[in-house]
Design a protein. Structure first.
Length: 178
């Protein structure tokens, strides 16, 4: 893991406009000084979805530095070394990812894409709220893991279990027991 006590966490999605952006901001918020969130996409949209920004701002989270970017930025030699890499969309999980320096712990935390919903304004906003809740619950579980006290296999089991939880499971189980 990263020296200095801060763990770098990269969230990957195809477009890097919604789910991975939410995860980046929520990791920075809930991870405080232990975790630093990043996000990227295999085919970035080039802009953060306005409803993702709106949802984050509704919860008083910082959005000024959020941007849609390629995962190539994090495969460069001068990029921060990642301790964790999580895919949040099924399409990105199935793609051939770059080789990440440092051998990060990886997992798939699939979340339905709120940006893909074709519906009324109210339906779209609800989809973003639901994605926010799922991502936030997973991030809360993740940052509660006693990473410093666990071996790599236990950490891997923990992050895999978090990714397998749905909205109901994460709301009903606020802390992961290992």
């Amino acid at each position: 893991m990263t020296d200095g006590g801060i763990y770098n966490v990269l969230f990957l999605c195809t477009g890097n406009s919604a789910r991975s952006i939410l995860a980046e901001a929520l990791t920075d918020h809930w991870g405080k000084s232990r975790f630093k969130g990043y996000s990227a996409g295999s085919f970035p949209k080039g802009a953060v979805h306005p409803l993702a920004l709106e949802e984050l701002e509704r919860h008083h989270l910082r959005t000024s530095r959020l941007r849609s970017k390629s995962w190539d930025e994090f495969a460069r030699p001068d990029a921060p070394v990642m301790d964790f890499v999580f895919t949040v969309c099924d399409q990105a999980a199935g793609e051939l990812c770059p080789v990440w320096p440092g051998n990060p712990v990886t997992a798939h935390w699939g979340v339905p894409d709120p940006a893909a919903l074709q519906g009324t304004d109210a339906e779209q906003r609800r989809a973003f709220r639901e994605a926010y809740v799922v991502v936030e619950n997973r991030i809360k579980l993740f940052v509660a893991l006693p990473i410093e006290k666990l071996d790599r296999l236990a950490i891997q089991r923990g992050v895999d279990e978090i990714g397998g939880r749905g909205v109901v499971a994460t709301i009903a189980t606020p802390r992961l027991e290992l």
